[in-house]
Design a protein around this ligand. Structure first.
Ligand code: SF4
Length: 236
């Protein structure tokens, strides 16, 4: 029987594959956790890179798409386009229980509570049974991610961040090299794309994520967890 991941697992993987090419790190994780690993994707501005890599190794790996029911319609169309183009065979659309926010207005009163209801709770439920999860997070995205390892352990599972050390230039070069389609909102001034009510256009010279929760002191949605399992509101 396979042992669940622990701190030693993450340490060893970082020592061996922390600086390996992203595809190699991804392949190792997929091999070790076959049947127990899923990729979480927003199908946002940079998502195509990791999804394309996954499709080249194993297009049957589960891809969890968190649909808060407040996404841009362009994101849903982009998800369908990438799924078809890459031949992804197991994309699962995860939706929230809206009982406590039937009018979809909670984000105006308490965005943290809204993220907890529409993102954190459904993703936690969807990840039950998976021992490892692949994310597309990069160190350059926020200050809290600057020291992120390629392999991390939270209280429950191994997080695999194959693109942790990638730069915006590398992301862009990968799009060009593989002729990947861009999210349609990127050309309209949205370099980082989340829910429609909480994403605004970014002006020239602004940080890439300046349009997320504009006017609030937060950079993250809270779907990542600390080592003790608590939700890190500003990390992940
Ligand atoms: S990003 Fe905004 S709309 Fe989406 S779940 Fe969080 S608070 Fe709600």
């Amino acid at each position: 029987m396979q042992q669940p991941p622990d701190d030693i697992t993450a340490l060893r993987l970082n020592a061996r594959f922390g600086n390996a090419p992203a595809m190699a790190a991804l392949a190792v994780a997929l091999d070790r956790y076959e049947g127990r690993i899923a990729l979480v994707s927003s199908f946002g501005a940079e998502a195509a890179v990791l999804l394309h890599m996954l499709s080249r190794i194993d297009p049957g790996v589960p891809v969890l798409m968190l649909d808060t029911l407040l996404l841009f319609p362009e994101t849903l169309e982009y998800q369908q386009r990438l799924t078809a183009q890459f031949g992804l065979r197991d994309v699962r659309r995860i939706t929230p229980d809206e009982t406590d926010d039937p009018e979809r207005s909670l984000h105006r009163r308490d965005s943290a509570a809204c993220c907890a209801l529409r993102k954190v709770a459904p993703l936690e439920a969807a990840l039950r049974g998976f021992e490892a999860v692949i994310t597309g997070r990069k160190r350059f995205q926020t200050g809290a991610r600057a020291r992120m390892e390629r392999f991390e352990l939270d209280a429950r599972r191994l997080k695999v961040n194959p693109l942790a050390d990638w730069t915006p230039h590398q992301i862009s070069a990968y799009f060009d090299a593989h002729d990947l389609p861009r999210h349609p909102l990127v050309a309209r001034g949205y370099p980082s794309i989340g829910c429609a009510p909480c994403t605004s256009r970014v002006q020239a010279g602004e940080d890439q994520r300046a349009g997320r929760w504009r006017g609030e002191d937060r950079q993250e949605c809270g779907i990542h967890f600390g080592k003790d399992g608590r939700i890190e509101r500003k990390a992940g």
